[in-house]
Write a protein that binds this ligand. Structure first.
Ligand code: NAD
Length: 291
């Protein structure tokens, strides 16, 4: 991701952006250690901070830029929670296994696993290299499989601890509106997110009898470094808004609020679902005026 800034600039929200509510986090995750992959930027960072504000100790996974991972951990400690920072490339099996081992040694167990790490390597179909394809599938799809497989192993080993949660564990897969919206010029990314949909649903079906809940979040356009060019000029923002009926870009905190709810017992009867957090992007906005 060398072509984009690592952190979203602290620039004010784009011109025309509507205000985002500030909603406090209820303390519904106390005693539930969580692991978040790709937690040193964008959505992963916000989710890690949201889970911590709701009471969870958090493993902050990163693959590059250790200083921003340390910054996130520092903020988590500021909320009165524990944080550990672990480097692991989620597309590498040995690194994911070692990360879970280290996390479980540090926190005793895990109750929440958020497979969030993702990237884009965009190209038209005919110019897309096998390397671009494999990189995106390796991180976005295989990385989520490896992460959630290790989480399932730990949740099953420990079982239910009703003092902590009525479920044995909660998994959240970071998908995208592109699990349902085709995306020309991004066939690797759209395929990875389409894959996440059935990975998540199949894991949910398999693990439900063990009271492990598995859900996905499908973000729309969220203001992070992954998509800077879609929002960082007034022209780009205006064009983006034609795809967003709610007429504001999403902020990482919009996703964090959804993640906290899905990770908590408040959503105990919810499994195998994708929660779209997209300002209506999946509502076929082109048909708003009758098609
Ligand atoms: P981002 O670039 O800010 O964050 C991506 C994170 O993943 C970074 O921390 C990055 O270092 C990490 N990462 C990349 N490769 C990794 C690897 N091999 N191992 C471990 N970590 C790795 O982008 P973001 O917008 O915060 O994206 C987070 C997730 O949200 C991704 O899965 C993305 O597909 C999804 N998403 C984002 C949007 C959006 O509009 N921003 C929309 C839909 C879905």
């Amino acid at each position: 991701m060398s072509d984009i800034p690592h952190k979203a600039p602290d620039a004010p929200a784009p011109e025309g952006a509507r205000p985002v509510p500030t909603v406090p986090y209820p303390q519904i995750l106390l005693g539930q250690p969580a692991l978040v992959t790709g937690a040193n930027s964008g959505i992963g960072e916000a989710v890690a901070l949201g889970l911590a504000q709701a009471g969870a100790d958090v493993v902050v996974n990163y693959v590059s830029h250790p200083e921003s991972a340390e910054e996130v951990a520092h903020k988590i400690v500021g909320f009165g929670r524990k944080a550990i920072v672990i480097k692991a490339d989620v597309s590498k099996e040995d690194e994911v296994i070692a990360m879970f081992k280290q996390a479980i040694t540090a926190f005793g167990t895990l109750h929440i696993s958020v497979s969030n790490a993702g990237l884009q390597r965009d190209s038209s179909l005919i110019d897309m290299t096998l390397e671009q394809w494999n990189t995106v599938i390796g991180v976005n799809l295989t990385g989520q499989f490896l992460t959630q497989r290790e989480a399932a192993r730990e949740f099953l080993r420990r079982g239910i601890d009703e003092k902590i949660s009525v479920a044995a564990g909660k998994m959240i897969c970071m998908s995208s509106v592109h699990q349902v919206i085709p995306w020309a010029g991004h066939v690797n990314y759209a395929s990875s997110k389409g894959g996440i949909k059935l990975l998540m649903e199949s894991m949910a079906q398999e693990l439900a009898p063990h009271r492990i809940r598995v859900n996905a979040i499908g973000p729309g356009a969220i203001r992070t470094p992954i998509n800077t060019s879609a929002w960082n000029t007034p022209e780009a923002y205006e064009s983006l808004m034609t795809l967003v009926p709610y007429k504001r870009i999403g902020e990482p905190s919009d996703i964090a609020q959804a993640a906290v709810w899905l990770a908590s017992d408040n959503s105990d009867y919810v499994t195998g679902t994708t929660m779209f957090v997209d300002g209506g992007m999946t509502l076929y906005p082109g048909f708003a005026t009758g098609g």
